[in-house]
Ligand binder design. Sequence first.
Ligand SMILES: Nc1ncnc2c1ncn2[C@@H]1O[C@H](COP(=O)(O)OP(=O)(O)OP(=O)(O)O)[C@@H](O)[C@H]1O
Ligand SMILES: [Mg+2]
Length: 244
Amino acid sequence: MKHKIVEVKNVLRTQDMFANLQSRSDITPGIGLIHGASGFGKTTTVTYMVNQLTSMGNLPAFVRCCATDTPSSFLARVMKELGCEPIFPLRKSVDFIINTMNEQQISLFVDEADHIIGQSKTMETIRDIYDATELPVVLIGMEEIARRISHRKQLFNRISEWIEFMPADNEDVSMFATELLEIDVTVGEDLLDYIRQRSGGEVRRTLIALEKIERFALSNELDFVDKAVWGDGQLFLNHSRRQV
Ligand SMILES: Nc1ncnc2c1ncn2[C@@H]1O[C@H](COP(=O)(O)OP(=O)(O)OP(=O)(O)O)[C@@H](O)[C@H]1O
Ligand SMILES: [Mg+2]
């Protein structure tokens, strides 16, 4: 399988959403929210967009929260992304972050925000940073984050753009097959549809299935694989018969 990002609908929607945040008027707040199920491509998409922005001369900061994060470790992570060690007391780190973001017009992306959504102090610090910079801040998390953030009224009211990552549809699955398979093999529409159904549109599981098909085609020297050719082989974990 090739290592490249396929610009499926969720990727295009994310790019549009961020463009809206950047071009918003003064009266529209600038916090964005991206949520969706595990394996739908949120981290991949945001990392891809952050790299694109960087190559265009923007300076986005991307941090990924951990289960063990505290306000202090969260700020240390942001400081590190800005190329610095934390400064104590932490208020000084917050001031540094605000000044640096303002000076260099840095947008902040916070992945795995589920881990910090329950921490008032960290969430209020994010709001402080946003209020003092009014630069785009994008929170990324699983389905639950949208519900949980709605309880934090002050932050919730500042969200002007949000997208839910949707399951891959047939067109998306077909794009993954066309753009990611290393060898010249066509996957039949019935097999692509089967993959979409069985994966629930999850990109991670879709790519695992496509890689199995690629290996199968390679070892059997096939240039076309549909459901009939694939037979009853195992494509998904809970479907154990033939292993390829
Ligand atoms: N647009 C894409 N093009 C190519 N590969 C993709 C794309 N989107 C996702 N993937 C692949 O699918 C897998 C899952 O994606 P990713 O980790 O971004 O999902 P996620 O929504 O962040 O999941 P989680 O909630 O578990 O963190 C990754 O291995 C990634 O390489
Ligand atoms: Mg992720």
